[in-house]
Design a protein around this ligand. Structure first.
Ligand SMILES: [Zn+2]
Length: 142
């Protein structure tokens, strides 16, 4: 992660494994790494499949539907660029495509007092720069 003067928020620095994920996010699509041999999905991306050991892994689109697995609420900004986003909800969500496929993210447009484990969520993309969009989640139906 690096911060920019324009956003003051940390930005992802894609590496060899994660570049397809971030390219899809820039287009407001959520893609997960999937094993060609067994179909197991991984996040964050891996060099080899944890289910079968296969090394033919490609990114494929997923629905963007998830449920809330866990969360915490920050009432103090972790960096200057988050001061206007408080309270900041840090969450772990489980994507519907695979039990245990968890993703760390932020929840937006959500009342911290109304959060419940298992509540339905939808992916939402925020353009941070011209070249970068972050995948976040919001309550389904919003
Ligand atoms: Zn596999």
């Amino acid at each position: 992660m690096t911060a920019t003067a324009t956003t003051q928020r940390p930005l992802p620095v894609p590496d060899t494994l994660s570049t397809p994920f971030w390219a899809a996010a820039r287009d407001h699509a959520l893609h997960m790494q999937r094993c060609d041999s067994c179909g197991h999905m991984a996040y964050p991306p891996e060099i080899a499949c944890r289910a079968c050991g296969g090394d033919h892994l490609h990114f494929a689109p997923v629905s963007g539907r998830a449920t809330l697995h866990s969360w915490t609420v920050l009432h103090e900004a972790p960096a200057p660029g988050f001061r206007d986003r408080l309270p900041l909800i840090l969450a772990v969500v489980e994507l519907e495509e695979q039990p245990g496929l968890l993703m760390s993210t932020n929840l937006v447009d959500a009342d911290p007092a109304a959060l419940r484990i298992g509540m339905p969520l939808r992916a939402w993309f925020e353009n941070i720069t011209d070249q970068c969009a972050l995948v976040q989640f919001r309550p389904a139906g919003r």
